[in-house]
Unconditional design. Sequence first.
Length: 270
Amino acid sequence: GINAEYMGAQMDDYDDGDIDDDEDEEHVDGQDADVDEGGYEEEVLDQDSTAAEGVSTVAIFPSHPDGRFPAGDVIETLIGFENNNEGSFHVEFIRGALTYPGEYTQFAQNFTGTLHNTTIAPDQESCLLYRFAADINTDPREYGLLIEVFYTDDGNVTGFISTAFNSTIAITEPDLGFDIQTSLASLSIFGIFGLLGFGLYKFLLRKKKFARSNRTTNAPVTQKRTRSPGVPGEVDLDYVSKEHLALAGNASQRRKKGSSPSRRASGGWK
């Protein structure tokens, strides 16, 4: 089979961004990906449905090792091709498809195929990059995933098909960049801060009203005697000195004594 160390090294190269598309790689719409309908079969004189002797293939998914693929996301696949044959092989085409679980002959969706122009010499290994994406409207559930590699012998006489992957995977809800749990947590935090802010506002407002009420209650009450305008003879005594008030009081007492009835009757003072 494929050397595990070789595929591990390819994974490292992938993580470092050192694996690029093949220069002659060309993408073909999924509707034309079937070998029976495309032009690939016409170029092959003898199409064989099995792998060539001494050839091993395997597929791994670096960014989705758990086999859960969000609908609409582009999934990158590393396909290892090992040639232990005496002759070279020319990889021409890779395609993938979704099948219904338990019914691997019933295709649910064909993926876009990729044309390659890569020759693998005897006793050599090669890593091929294949991209596919399930339609964004695909029902989230388990499916069978089939990835096949089409190649010819050195003389381009006989064609072969190797199955790089044929197992169950899961198509999940589209990844829209919206995490429900994170969003709920954020809303909860905003709600808590909102309640704290509202409580602080109410506390400060109540404290302000209480302080204003205390100032009104404790304010000193002053009364000022003022002269009423238009009332004759009314004097504001606050502006009269004590000496004048004393003199005015003595004068008032003398007037009362001088106007007694006995003195008026006798005709005055003698």
